[in-house]
Design a protein around this ligand. Structure first.
Ligand code: SIN
Ligand code: CO
Length: 382
């Protein structure tokens, strides 16, 4: 397991001074770091249609971007191109383990682990991201420049590439294996590969009010919640028929606010909404005739471990965890108060065994759910 080594500040200081505020170069954050996936394996993943990938290159000085799946890479030549593959944590347990090193940020904030392989001279061009990213340098060397936040002109260098105008660097550094560059949203940056290299970007993304409210509307419709109509019994005399006055606007807002104030509805909405995955999961579904039983599951947990498939999201919230509720891949599961500790352990650990899940293993509903999850490939025996 990789452990983040911070020599200039503590994690608490990082959160207080850098997280979302300013970029920082963490030299040798992962001493002895090696590629968690080989470049040829990464290239292989980008041949799969269910995996999102892009190749970015320049042709006669003009930026080009192609989306995968790719059949071969020979036509891109030996220089000046980059292969970018999204959500590799979903397909490689070693890559998924990299997220553990950043466990001081909760999983609901995680976007994915994006990996890029760049040939010498390759890069995706100067740009600004909407997310926080820890760019962990693997093999090879890359030269990074990061500018300050500001009013940077952005333009489409290609229909699929939003670039930013040249900027002055506040960080200008060459990264080698084990170095980490943290960049918060809004800071322009550009990496240029000095010799063929691998970068592992652990990206954290937040949600906008628009995303959350649109998700909430879908949740209310799906669960038939929030259907009561605005009530205005006892309303005062209205004299202007065309006017929606302040007190009527307040009525509308109070109606909507009552949903936001409903702790149970909001916990269930937030838990299910944030546990949905954006990218496909690598589910190792067990064939019908080989499905495991509760006895087999207990045996697995006593004699080994179960690993959560990469990218699977499982959460609990204070409002509902006392009822033994957890949210797994967009679904709500309730196991009763006695399952509280087991639910917490399941959500907090990527790998579980009989000791970690101890409190839940005598609860039939919890064991049955684990059996179903294993049969569906959400968890698998290591
Ligand atoms: C890359 O790894 O090539 C691009 C990462 C980024 O700039 O966000
Ligand atoms: Co970027």
């Amino acid at each position: 397991m990789l452990t983040l080594q911070l020599s200039d500040f503590s994690v608490e200081e990082f959160l207080a001074h850098y997280w979302q505020k300013k970029p920082v170069l963490i030299r040798q954050g992962f001493p002895g770091f090696y590629d968690l996936i080989r470049p040829d394996e990464l290239a292989g993943l980008a041949c799969e249609p269910q995996i999102e990938s892009r190749v970015i290159y320049r042709q006669d000085g003009v930026w080009q971007a192609e989306t995968g799946p790719f059949e071969s890479y020979g036509r891109f030549g030996k220089k000046d191109w980059t292969l970018v593959v999204q959500a590799v944590d979903h397909w490689s347990p070693d890559v998924a383990d990299l997220v553990q090193a950043f466990s001081f940020i909760p999983k609901w904030r995680l976007d994915d682990v994006m990996i890029s392989y760049a040939a010498t001279g390759g890069g995706v061009g100067p740009h600004i991201d909407l997310y926080d990213v820890f760019i962990c340098q693997g093999s090879g060397r890359r030269h990074w420049r990061v500018g300050d936040r500001g009013n940077h002109h952005q333009f489409a260098a290609h229909p699929a590439l939003l670039h930013t105008a040249p900027f002055e660097a506040i960080i200008d550094a060459e990264l080698t294996a084990g170095d980490i560059l943290y960049i918060p949203p809004g800071f322009p940056h550009e990496g240029i590969c000095l010799e063929h290299s691998m970068s592992f970007s652990v990206g954290f993304r937040s949600k906008s009010a628009r995303d959350m409210l649109s998700g909430l509307a879908d949740y209310l419709i799906d669960h038939d919640v929030g259907t009561a109509l605005i009530s205005d019994a006892g309303r005062p005399l209205h004299t202007k028929q065309g006017h929606i006055n302040q007190s009527d606007l307040a009525l509308v807002k109070a109606q909507m606010q009552s949903i936001l104030d409903d702790e149970q509805v909001m916990a269930d909405f937030v838990g299910t909404f944030l546990s949905k995955t954006k990218c496909e999961l690598d589910l190792q579904v067990i064939e019908d005739d080989e499905e495991i039983t509760p006895e087999a599951l207990l045996d697995m947990l006593h004699n080994g471990e179960l690993r959560r498939t990469g990218g699977l999201r499982c959460f609990y919230l204070d409002q509902t965890v006392d009822q033994g509720v957890c949210y797994v891949d967009g679904e709500r599961y309730a196991f009763g108060a006695a399952a509280r500790d087991a639910v917490i352990a399941l959500c907090d650990h990527d790998i579980v065994d009989a000791v970690i899940l101890e409190k839940g293993l005598h609860l039939a509903a919890f064991v049955d759910a684990l059996v179903d999850w294993v049969n569906q490939g959400y968890w698998y025996a290591e």
